[in-house]
Write a protein that binds this ligand. Structure first.
Ligand SMILES: NC(=O)c1ccc[n+]([C@@H]2O[C@H](COP(=O)([O-])OP(=O)(O)OC[C@H]3O[C@@H](n4cnc5c(N)ncnc54)[C@H](O)[C@@H]3O)[C@@H](O)[C@H]2O)c1
Length: 322
């Protein structure tokens, strides 16, 4: 029988891509999302979709017979978390605890928690291994709270639990509607519209970017390889690019002649991220989509799926950050 995968945050960027990946691989997918940030357009028609809040007890019935839980639902916008810290903690800490409890009751054989490289905000070792964390911001602290309960449930109940710490994931369905959209979507949308991209600070912040298909592939390895149990994996490319370099790469593909506008820096962002991906490589995984190809695919998606919505005024991206 097909394995049944449950994905929380299935209407969001990474969750919707992950659901498609597992469906294409022959799994069946149950998805939960309250559509607070994600959109139903992102959800593949083959997903058994439930519009529910991860903090509600109503979700428990969806967990029966799930072979694996991928918990991605979260308040993931740094700006939203800063302005609404209690809501960030409610969703990212209590919501995660509720998902763990649902998984425990259903005796789910595998649990994967989507953690973040923001856990490393206070660490100055590059490339950064998984060994120590020092979250500082509200988003990082709230994701750390969720991770702490994951550790607790793994120890208390012997759950088969794996944590994945994403660096900057990019690709189709990135949330361009945010007040501060992810840097690649922000640049591509503005430049395709003939507008100059906006860079906050001097553009020398460096980020480890990983294309979403590579993230999906690692999740499948983690699901299938028993060596992943109880471990934490950085999910990055092991290389990084400055914001200026990303602008240059996109300009190289689009050839718009538009120069960036530099504005004062946004506070609270790390200067450098760079993943040590040795642990993930030991599972036999490696990133395959290099940056030009990833950007080319992102541009195609935005041309086909996003530009008309932006033109229709569904939302106007207004600020940009890495
Ligand atoms: N995208 C990245 O680069 C990145 C980096 C590090 C970590 N992460 C983590 O990966 C996960 C997915 O990130 P993403 O970029 O896809 O974010 P996203 O915001 O696109 O998706 C999150 C989804 O969770 C849903 N959600 C929020 N609160 C909910 C609630 N109370 N109940 C049910 N659903 C709720 C939202 O509607 C959204 O669809 C998150 O846990 C995030 O912290 C992402």
């Amino acid at each position: 029988m097909n394995k049944r995968i449950l994905v929380t945050g299935v209407a969001g960027f990474v969750g919707s891509n992950l659901a498609k990946h597992f469906l294409d691989a022959g799994y069946s997918v149950v998805g939960i999302d309250n559509l607070s940030a994600g959109t139903v357009d992102n959800v593949d028609a083959r997903v058994e979709f439930h519009k529910q809040d991860i903090c509600d007890a109503e979700i428990y019935s969806q967990f029966h017979n799930a072979d694996a839980i991928f918990h991605l639902a979260a308040k993931s916008s740094l700006t939203d978390c800063l302005t609404k810290p209690l809501e960030a903690a409610r969703v990212n800490v209590l919501g995660t605890l509720n998902i763990l409890e649902a998984a425990r009751r259903a005796k789910a054989p595998k649990f994967v928690y989507a953690d973040t490289s923001a856990e490393y905000e206070g660490i100055n070792e590059f490339p950064t291994p998984e060994t120590q964390v020092r979250p500082i911001g509200v988003y990082a602290a709230s994701k750390h709270g969720g991770a702490a309960f994951c550790d607790s449930y793994r120890e208390l109940y012997g759950m088969n639990l794996t944590m994945v710490r994403y660096f900057n994931v990019y690709g189709p369905a990135q949330d361009w509607r945010r007040v501060v959209p992810p840097v690649m979507s922000a640049f591509i949308i503005r430049m395709l519209r003939g507008e100059r991209p906006v860079i906050y600070g001097n553009g020398e912040k460096r980020r480890d970017f990983i294309y979403v298909d590579d993230v999906n592939a690692l999740h499948q390895v983690i699901l299938e390889d028993p060596r992943s149990a109880g471990k934490v994996f950085n999910v990055g490319s092991g290389t990084n690019f400055s914001v200026n370099e990303i602008y240059e790469l996109i300009e190289g593909l689009l050839k718009t002649g538009l120069k960036p506008i530099y504005k004062p820096d946004l506070p609270g962002e790390a200067h450098v991220t760079l993943a040590d991906i040795t642990n993930a490589r030991h599972l036999g995984w490696k990133p395959k989509v290099e940056i030009h190809e990833g950007l080319r695919r992102s541009i195609c998606y935005i041309q086909e799926r996003v530009l008309d919505a932006v033109k229709a005024g569904l939302n106007q991206p207004s600020a940009f950050s890495a």
